[in-house]
Design a protein. Structure first.
Lengths: 279, 414
């Protein structure tokens, strides 16, 4: 199990090679964000200057003004992403458990179907769905957007959970039940700790995939559900690097916070949380 | 405006869909334009307390502010109408939305009440019977519009027929930096020589870009010896006679272009970046207001100036249109009427607001209003629209445009 190797490593400290690759990874992730931050406060930045020749907070003033609707869009994006994450857990956890633990007729086909949205381009699905959503009265509503985001998020959640449950021994639940725990207690004290790292990874995927949706939101939301990627693309395609930079900074914030928060649990350093689940 | 290029950008992409669609629906295309309202007072009454979902290109903060703050504020104050601005990256997104609603049978409760539109998108909507038509005479400010002007009555060669209301006038112009370039070329013929004398300092976006396409049309007009032969429906014989000359000019130019013409910028935003970075010496845009906006935004240097061509530059009008299934037609009509008013057109013309040229005929305004327009300070980077308008060229029929774009890809880009 991957978590086991982590435990061993964390006891011995990280090797220099691991440190080096970590440093490279962080550089890779952070470096592209630096120009974004600089653009957001620049007024003129001409090639081949290393730094802008004039600075201004105008992009931020616009982005934070009611006209830009960036802050309401941040709220909308957050509500949708959180809603999608919760729905993905509610659907993905039982589905992943079934796929991971049981063998049944047509399992391979179902796995393929679940994977399909990650292979088929979203726009192809969305164009057909738009008519269905219109007829159902879901087009142009937040719940419609929430539902349509499940298409790209569920495969990640289900497949991660299926992987977790494939290495999970349900006998532990039976043992807990035989020791007097009810179903809820067995889930709370036995199942959940065992699957938590996987569940967090799946949730993080679901959140971030929903967070970054553009075309599905645009098509099903019909412009009435305004999320940050829509506003971001307005300015990115218009070549307005300053405003794109400012919206971009706001856009990456929740993902960063979540990642830092979730990393603590996902590292698997706490032995009780390892997916092997042997208590 | 900057917006106009996005309005047409996808024209070519949708052309085929549209052609098939038009053939399929042709017998059904009867314009249902019976007026639902008898007079303007009825419209204003019906509009009270309404909401207008206005879909328009949202890539410029100053336009967004003008629409949301100024227009939205005034509509609320004067008519108790709530304006909801919905920013688009591409106007075709709104067109597709209405098309999807029609396919789903949503004929009276659509999500789009108004679109900033012209060219190919207007064509798609008009011929797909997706527009509410025949209301323009009801608008009191319609009297400020000179419908006898063919460039207003026809949107890219397609009669408007009361299906949209003019909003802005745009005319192609070149920009240069007086600190770097002393005498820019002021005709297509001069440009051809200038490019050869100044290798590497000129390029134009590919034909897939709206502004690149309109530049290529200027060369095409030059090759044809004038636009007259090219007006009207597409004519293969004329095209075959002119096209080789135009491609020869552009191919001769190629080795002297930026990066020896091995590549072309894929969007006008890229050309703006090249000009800002001093990699090229000339910039152009369908709307000269962008020069001033870019100077204001610090993208272009303060020493930017602009000019038209002695042999004329292409102009167009962009409009607002109301989809046939808008549930807020009265409120949208009141909005369209307000956009035509002196106050709204004047505010929009201010250089620090937007700098867009009015679509109304200023000569039809009251004397003091005309004085206001005449006294407007202009950003020095923006050429006066009336000077530019002295040498204005018409746009071509969309079939011509797509033929030229395809030809360029085939014979010049390769």
């Amino acid at each position: 199990m991957q978590e086991r190797t982590h435990i061993v490593r964390s006891k011995n400290g990280l090797s220099p090679l691991v440190w080096l690759s970590l440093a490279l990874l962080v550089t890779w992730l952070v470096l592209p964000l630096v120009p974004l931050a600089v653009w957001s406060v620049s007024r003129s930045w001409f090639f081949p200057d290393i730094a802008p020749s004039a600075y201004s907070l105008r992009a931020w003033e616009y982005v934070l003004s009611p006209t830009s609707e960036v802050l309401p869009a941040l709220g909308t994006t957050l509500i949708i992403a959180l809603g999608v994450t919760i729905l993905s857990i509610l659907i993905g956890l039982p589905a992943g458990r079934a796929l991971g633990l049981y063998r049944f007729r047509g399992k391979a086909l179902i796995e393929l179907l679940i994977l399909a949205p990650t292979i088929v381009p979203g726009i192809a699905v969305a164009l057909g769905l738009h008519v269905v959503f219109l007829k159902a009265g879901l087009a142009g509503t937040m719940s419609g957007v929430l539902i349509v985001h499940l298409i790209p998020t569920l495969p990640y959640m289900v497949l991660v959970m299926a992987g977790v449950f494939a290495n999970y021994n349900p006998d532990a639940e039976a043992q807990a039940r035989s020791l007097g725990a009810n179903r809820l207690q067995a889930f709370r004290y036995v199942t959940l700790p065992a699957i938590l790292p996987g569940l967090l990874i799946g949730s993080l995927f679901a959140f971030l995939v929903s967070w970054s949706q553009y075309i599905l939101t645009l098509l099903i939301g019909g412009g009435r559900v305004v999320t940050l990627p829509l506003l971001l693309f307005n300015f990115a395609s218009a070549g307005r690097n300053d405003i794109t930079g400012a919206i971009g900074m706001i856009y990456i914030l929740p993902g960063m916070i979540l990642l830092v928060f979730a990393a603590r649990y996902m590292s698997g350093r706490n032995q009780a949380y390892t997916a092997t689940g042997q208590i | 405006m900057t917006g106009t290029r996005f309005i047409f950008r996808t024209f070519r992409r949708y052309c085929c869909h549209f052609a098939i669609f038009a053939i399929l629906t042709y017998p059904l295309t009867i314009h249902a334009s019976e007026a639902e309202f008898k007079n303007w007072d009825e419209v204003v009454d019906a509009a009270k307390g309404g909401t207008v979902n206005w879909f328009l290109w949202g890539g410029a903060d100053n336009i967004n502010a003008y629409v949301s703050d100024y227009v939205g504020g005034e509509l609320k104050k004067r008519y108790d109408i709530t304006l909801n601005r919905i920013g688009l990256s591409d106007t075709a997104e709104a067109v597709n939305l209405v098309l999807g609603e029609k396919q789903a049978g949503n004929d009276d409760n659509g999500s789009v009440d108004m679109i900033w539109i012209n060219g190919g998108n207007f064509r798609t909507m008009k011929q797909g019977d997706l527009l509410y038509c025949g209301y323009t005479d009801l608008l009191p400010n319609n009297q400020l519009v000179d419908w006898t002007d063919p460039s207003i009555a026809n949107d890219f060669g397609l009669p408007v027929d009361g299906c949209e209301v003019p909003w802005n006038r745009a005319q192609f112009a070149f920009a240069y930096d007086i600190a770097r370039t002393e005498t820019p070329p002021e005709s297509i013929a001069a440009l051809i020589d200038w490019v050869k004398q100044n290798p590497g300092s000129f390029t134009y976006p590919a034909a897939s870009d709206f502004n690149g396409s309109v530049f290529i049309r200027h060369v095409f007009y030059h090759a044809a010896g004038g636009v007259e032969k090219l007006l009207g429906p597409f004519d293969q014989t004329t095209y075959d006679a002119v096209a080789p000359k135009a491609w020869a000019i552009l191919n001769d130019m190629k080795p002297y272009l930026w990066r020896e013409g091995t590549t072309y910028p894929n969007s006008i935003a890229s050309l703006a970046q090249l000009f800002a970075n001093q990699e090229v010496s000339l910039y152009f845009d369908y709307d000269p207001a962008i020069f001033g906006i870019n100077v204001e935004n610090g993208i272009f240097p303060e020493t930017t100036r602009s000019y038209g061509l002695a042999d004329g530059t292409i102009g167009n009008i962009n409009y607002v249109a109301i989809p046939y299934n808008s549930p807020n037609k009265a409120a949208a009509m009141v909005t369209a009427n307000f956009l035509l008013s002196f106050e709204a057109q004047f505010e929009k013309a201010k250089a620090d607001v937007w700098g867009a040229a009015p679509a109304i005929d200023v000569a039809r305004l009251r004397q003091e209003e005309q004085t206001h327009f005449a006294a407007l300070p202009r950003n020095p980077a923006v050429i006066a629209p009336e000077i530019l308008a002295r040498h204005a060229l018409p746009e071509l029929h969309p079939d011509w445009i797509s033929a030229i774009e395809t030809g360029w890809q085939e014979y010049v880009a390769k």
